[in-house]
Design a protein around this ligand. Structure first.
Ligand SMILES: [Fe+2]
Length: 373
């Protein structure tokens, strides 16, 4: 089912229409701690009962990297309050929790939801992303943790039925988050383009995201409202691209960087994509995309063209120039042991989507290029 895109014009008129057509009377609002800093949309939601006779039940009992128990509590809240719809407002964690509540709410609650067969439901599910980065509102993926173990959940039916692009939510975004979330979306679009799973459709989403980022990033960094809106659209398009292809080596390599050096996900992903891109252009003879080396060489040229370049190297140069311009810190290596720890941490499943074969030694060398000594 095509995702409906709503906007914030005329005090969220299109959202009001959506509620009316779906006969919504009680919403579970899944929101994170940033909700209280929001302006227009917070007022709209807080006044839903007064203005539209729609009740709201707030659920915020979850942390970043949400755990299974939070999802179970959210499902209980939905059922106990007899809600008929879900609205997620926040970053990736809020949207992921809401996705899992939607996915499991109609299943028997006497055994582990993760072990049960999914029965898709048509509960109206609206997402309002408050960062322009993860694209979680556009994907069939959610990540939660159970007993400390990461659980990757995938199901078509968790894609929100409607998304609202509301640029006002980005007004108060802190500078580092603003930069790193944009880089996350940028990496999604680039990695999707070179993924072995890419299709004509996924490449169109990638192109749209990359073009929107290039055209708007400077104004977005200056908190320009129209550029903020375009960046939300870019993150959504990049999300739609990875919904088809999944991410690749850049994301496979970035996770341990975030935990070891306490840097943001998008920041870490961009550092990885930067070195990976240059390496891959020089090593297309190590191609593992079934479409072959010739395809890969042409693909890297096409990707450069999307970034306004004329040969395969210039796309990577443009990306690096933008990344350097953001003046983010380069993590300093703690000890030589870090390189091996990092190289061993890389998720082999994601590496399978990478168009160039990466062995452990190569990955270690790439980390050596990323980190400062
Ligand atoms: Fe990401």
């Amino acid at each position: 089912m095509e995702q409906i895109i709503l906007n914030n014009y005329n005090n969220y008129k299109s959202l009001t229409e959506f509620f009316r057509t779906k006969n919504i009377s009680k919403i579970l609002v899944v929101c994170d701690s940033a909700f209280r800093f929001l302006g227009n949309i917070r007022l709209y939601i807080e006044n839903l009962f007064v203005n539209l006779n729609i009740e709201t039940v707030f659920f915020s009992d979850f942390q970043p990297n949400p755990n299974y128990e939070s999802v179970v509590n959210g499902i209980a809240s939905y059922k106990n309050n007899q809600c008929d719809s879900i609205l997620a407002i926040g970053g990736g964690s809020a949207i992921d929790v809401a996705k899992c509540i939607k996915l499991y709410v109609n299943l028997p609650d006497n055994c582990d939801y993760l072990q049960q067969t999914i029965i898709p439901n048509d509960i109206p599910f609206i997402a309002i992303p408050t960062t322009a980065g993860t694209g979680s509102e556009a994907t069939r993926y959610a990540v939660i943790y159970k007993n400390g173990e990461k659980q990757s959940i995938t199901d078509e039916s968790i894609i929100p039925s409607a998304v609202i692009f509301d640029e006002t939510v980005l007004e108060t975004l802190p500078d580092y988050q603003r930069k790193s979330t944009m880089l996350d979306a940028f990496c999604h679009a680039i990695e999707s383009f070179w993924s072995v799973n890419s299709t004509d459709e996924s490449k169109e989403f990638s192109k749209k995201a990359i073009s929107l980022i290039l055209e708007n990033y400077e104004a977005y960094l200056n908190n320009n409202p129209s550029a903020n809106r375009k960046m939300l659209e870019a993150a959504n398009a990049a999300g739609k691209a990875i919904n088809i292809t999944q991410t690749t080596g850049g994301h496979a390599m970035c996770y341990k960087l975030t935990s070891l050096y306490n840097i943001a996900h998008g920041h870490a992903a961009a550092l990885c994509v930067s070195v990976l891109w240059s390496y891959m252009i020089e090593n297309t003879d190590r191609c593992c995309d079934s479409r072959g080396k010739e395809y890969l060489d042409k693909m890297f040229e096409d990707l450069s063209t999307v970034l306004g370049g004329c040969d395969s190297k210039s796309g990577a140069d443009t990306f690096n120039r933008i990344l350097m311009g953001l003046q983010l810190n380069i993590p300093v290596v703690n000890s030589d042991d870090d390189y091996a720890v990092l190289a061993k941490s890389v998720n082999p499943v994601r590496l399978k989507n990478n168009p160039i074969k990466l062995d452990e030694q190569t990955i270690e060398n790439l980390y050596r290029q990323i980190l400062r000594r």
